[in-house]
Design a protein around this ligand. Structure first.
Ligand SMILES: Cc1cc2nc3c(=O)[nH]c(=O)nc-3n(C[C@H](O)[C@H](O)[C@H](O)COP(=O)(O)OP(=O)(O)OC[C@H]3O[C@@H](n4cnc5c(N)ncnc54)[C@H](O)[C@@H]3O)c2cc1C
Length: 530
């Protein structure tokens, strides 16, 4: 049995579905509050041969793609983005996507959370952010140092990353920032990450691994939840597939933390969702909630890559890099690849920066599947204020089938225009003081793409997810809201959501810290008003 505690009793006060960013933080907070928690994770342990060390070495995350710790989803064809199907990695392992991500720790802006409205404004969420952090810098009004999660600047960042900060602030006319975690997403700076002594700290490693022997905690790996169990409109447990058996696990309450792709899928499989979608798949409607699966938003990234005069992360021997990391947890693998960022507005009328450049001292294209010889750096514009939105639906009522993922990328023309402007600006950054001296020529898009039409086609053909789907079980008060402001699923009892699905609008930054904040806040709501 793969329970990490050795326990076999499936009765719990609370069942949490999914041991990802939201689920791990929530499980820890509920345990600390005295609850008996059953955490069900479809993936396996984070120490499996073949992937265990790659999870721990931060810069190795692309090597986890399409392995056993990745759900490796595909979207449906995207008509506005070259008709391509987009590959969507999601973590399938203890830690969820926080075990395979790029470890950037960034909160989102004050304006992001103020925009979420009552109960979720910056002043409401700041204490939860602080509570999870063990900040390696100076704690204070904005930063916490008593939490479980190591947060801070890595011991070292590449010279190219510092050169990017200089070039970006010069070219864009924005300040150099020492941190992006004070509520303002403007300027250029080195990113903070979740590393501890040169190793990744996933949500599982930080929050649950230290308490795996807790008598009130049972963690089942390889446990795929198929649907919710009900008494009327009250969720009273889950049905799961585990070790070739189908089991029913009862609980006082259930929290879905299966991520923005699978939380809405589980709701729909359990009869909670848009009536038409459920009926089409022969699922009886328990609660008609039209917003389930809708409101899907994501961040798109476009590769802009230059050859480097100086050695980058990817130009040396992989074996030597691994040996160095094994020996003393330093070197290229102790990086997180995306070491620095700059936030900028693509047009003068915008209220907030809508582009976040991700700088990596490496060649990063097609999720790292396409490689190139030599030394490179990447200045990737990422659209952090997308207007396009899509939905998660069902392909079938089979709980083991993947859901239908349709982000409707670039369906709003403003998104394409912003990214084209981003590619132009990335070129300017590459030629800016600091980076110019390290730049020996543009590789992508290259000379063939200069006009707006050519650049637009380049964006359509090369853009890729930055891995931030959110919003598919959004919190709020309107007709499309799926959960209320205390994360309880509307028109049900005993059921909550605590993951990236509940974001009512995508934040203007990477989404992991916010997913963990949601997990931390959920602990205050779960069990109440049920
Ligand atoms: C490759 C990659 C790079 C990223 N880089 C960054 C970054 O650097 N910084 C950043 O801020 N964000 C990053 N993100 C995004 C960030 O990691 C996610 O937003 C965040 O982890 C989402 O947390 P979650 O709790 O919603 O879902 P997840 O962490 O994905 O957790 C969901 C969990 O539920 C499990 N599950 C799903 N269905 C079932 C089921 N039926 N039964 C049981 N278990 C189930 C999954 O296996 C998974 O463990 C990245 C994501 C990826 C994939």
């Amino acid at each position: 049995m793969t329970t990490q505690t050795g326990a076999t009793d499936l009765r719990a006060d609370v069942i949490i579905v999914g041991a990802g960013s939201g689920g791990c933080v929530l499980a820890r907070r509920l345990l600390d509050a005295g609850a008996r928690v059953l955490l069900l994770e479809a993936g396996g342990s984070d120490t499996q041969p073949g992937t265990g060390l790659l999870i721990r070495a931060p810069a190795a995350f692309p090597k986890l793609f399409k392995t056993g710790v990745d759900w490796a989803f595909d979207t449906v064809e995207q008509p506005h983005a070259g008709g391509r199907r987009f590959y969507w990695p999601r973590g399938k392992v203890l830690g969820g996507s926080s075990a395979i991500n790029a470890t950037i720790y960034i909160r989102g802006s004050k304006a992001d959370f103020d925009g979420w409205g009552e109960g979720w404004r910056w002043d409401d969420v700041l204490p939860a952010f602080r509570s999870i952090e063990k900040f390696t810098g100076e704690a204070g009004e904005f930063r916490g140092d008593a939490g479980e999660l190591a947060v801070g600047h890595r011991a070292a960042s590449h010279d190219l990353s510092h050169a990017f900060v200089q070039a970006a602030s010069g070219v864009l006319g924005v300040p150099a920032m020492s941190s992006f975690n004070h509520g303002t997403l403007e300027g250029a700076g080195i990113l903070e990450s979740n590393h501890h002594r040169g190793e990744r700290q996933s949500a599982f490693r930080a929050f649950l691994r230290p308490v795996m022997n807790h008598p009130n905690l049972t963690v089942l790996t390889g446990a795929r939840v198929l649907e919710l169990l009900w008494e009327g409109k009250r969720a009273v447990g889950v049905r799961l597939r585990w070790r070739g058996r189908t089991l029913d696990a009862p609980a006082g309450g259930v929290v879905l933390a299966a991520g923005a792709v699978q939380t809405p899928q589980l709701l729909m499989l359990s009869g909670v969702g848009p009536k038409e979608e459920l009926t089409r798949h022969g699922i009886s409607v328990r609660v008609n909630l039209p917003g389930v699966g809708g409101g899907l938003q994501d961040h798109l990234a476009v590769p802009v890559i230059f050859r480097s005069k100086v050695q980058s992360l990817d130009g040396g021997s992989e074996g030597a890099a691994f040996a160095q990391w094994l020996l003393n947890r330093t070197g290229p693998l102790a990086s997180n690849v995306a070491e620095a960022s700059a936030f900028v507005r693509s047009g003068p009328d915008l209220q907030h920066a809508d582009l976040q450049y991700h700088f990596g001292p490496a060649y990063f294209r097609d999720h790292g599947f396409q490689r190139a010889d030599g030394w490179h750096f990447s200045v990737g514009p990422v659209l952090v204020e997308p207007y396009s939105s899509g939905r998660i639906g069902l392909i079938s009522a089979d709980p083991l089938a993947a859901p239908r993922i349709d982000p409707r990328y670039l369906s709003d023309g403003r998104d394409l225009r912003a990214l084209v402007s981003g590619v132009r600006q990335a070129r300017d950054i590459g030629a800016g003081e600091g980076l110019r001296q390290m730049n020996t020529g543009e590789v992508l898009p290259g000379n063939a793409a200069t006009s707006d039409t050519e650049l637009a086609e380049y964006v359509r053909q090369e853009c890729a997810t930055l891995y931030h789907p959110v919003g598919t079980a959004a919190l709020g008060d309107g007709d499309d809201a799926v959960v209320d402001r205390r994360l309880a699923v509307r028109d049900t009892q005993g059921l909550w959501v605590a993951d990236a699905s509940v974001m009512p609008r995508i934040i203007h930054a990477n989404t992991n810290a916010t997913s963990m904040m949601i997990g931390a806040r959920a602990a205050k709501f779960v069990g109440k008003n049920s």
